[in-house]
Design a protein around this ligand. Structure first.
Ligand code: ZN
Length: 88
């Protein structure tokens, strides 16, 4: 399959730290597509609570979290998905 020009430069998945968790899971849900507190499915078929936006002059707590869920990582690699970390 050829990469679609519409996808070029954009991520297939977003690595997100759910509320109350300390690991990044991948999700195909776009940041901004759900309100904070909403339950969203991850690539590894778990559910995370969508983070709330951080007050604009503060650094999001999740910024320092770099650990990624191994199941999501494996799936993303298998499917050759690109991803980017996202903090709210
Ligand atoms: Zn995961």
């Amino acid at each position: 399959m050829f990469p679609s020009p519409f996808r070029a430069g954009s991520a297939d998945v977003f690595w997100i730290v759910g509320v109350g968790t300390h690991v990044r899971h991948a999700t195909t849900v776009l940041p901004g597509a759900r309100p904070g507190g909403y339950w969203v499915p991850t690539v590894c078929e778990q559910w995370i609570r969508w983070p709330f936006d951080t007050v604009s002059d503060r650094t999001p707590e999740s910024k320092r979290i770099t650990e990624r869920c191994p199941t999501c990582t494996e799936t993303a690699e298998d499917r050759d998905w690109s991803g980017s970390d996202w903090d709210f």
